[in-house]
Design a protein around this ligand. Sequence first.
Ligand code: ADP
Length: 377
Amino acid sequence: MTHPRYTGNVLVVDDTPQNVQLLTRILRSEGHTIQTALSGMDAIDTAHEVIPDVVLLDIQMPEMDGYEVCEYFKANETLMHIPIIFISALTDTEGIIKALHAGGVDYVTKPFNIQEVVARVNSQMVVVEQRREIDRLHEQDIQHYHAIDDMKNEFIRMATHDLKNPLGIVMGYAEIFEHIQIQDERQRALMDQGLDAIQHAIDKMMNLVTDMLDLAKMGTNVGLQLETMELVPVVSRWVEAHRVRADEKEQWLNFTSDHEEFTVEMDPRSFERVVDNLVSNAIKYTPEGGRIDVSIEQGEDCAIIKVADNGYGIPTDSLGSIFNAFYRVPLEEHRQAEGTGLGLSIVKTIVEQHDGRIYVESQLGKGSTFFVILPIL
Ligand code: ADP
């Protein structure tokens, strides 16, 4: 196997200047950058100034020999990972063994064989690069875990907050009802009002818990139960289920399709949530008397389901976030509508599980159109 060639910074340490010059010439012609040192102490100083990728280190040097330099490197936190290739006399077998014990990764012998020196340095450069790649991946993993941890904390914070309020309402009214004795109309009205508030709070908690469970279930990627089916009749039925709610807000709700037949593979139970969420959002985020148009159009090998409204719209800087779990547009009219911020992230997951795509176009104050692209058979 041929390795990709990596070049780097080589520190050549030898007390014989001719050897240093020769090694410098050989390695430079390979594209490496060279630093040199003529003694052990010099090597240590140079390595601290610019940390080398690989060290070529002579064993026999006066004052501080190669073993001592190697020991220093291995005990120093900054230098300990640098691979050291020892330079030894061909006949010094014992010295070579000692060098490898001292922490050397390889050796070259004098007199130098150019190809051998090049091959040994280059192979250590590959190791250096691989270690860097591992460090990079490790760093990415750490960041990934931090992101997941942040998301988990945010999830817990939001869920606790969103459950606490309605629970407080239920508990508050339960307390009142414990002591109330209905004697007159005023107390009956108070009771009814309380029961409404409890019902509302329970609905809210139910929605949040259902959404969270759905989202958690999707994370485990439970398989879809795919069926071959016609899109138009089912979507028409799912849209129709929202008529009452649209009528309450005196909104015009319309469904059209430019073709009768769009045969798709879908899990109808999970895909119903897509249409359901998009249409109920359109109703929720459109004022009274607005208009919601759902249509299915033919695309290239796909069906395009459009859910368009002329409601509040979404500000441009929110468009990138609305498919994120828990994100809600931070505008008063959006906040007034009940919501968990989980619907669209569930929708997106389901659409992608069906090999589809979803995106939105929107203008603040004018309305929004959600596009779901679904492959057809
Ligand atoms: P929610 O439970 O808050 O409705 P979603 O995930 O379904 O959560 O939607 C996220 C946010 O995107 C909503 O809070 C709302 O601000 C915005 N949004 C979704 N659909 C529409 C729409 N049709 N028009 C305007 N804003 C919308």
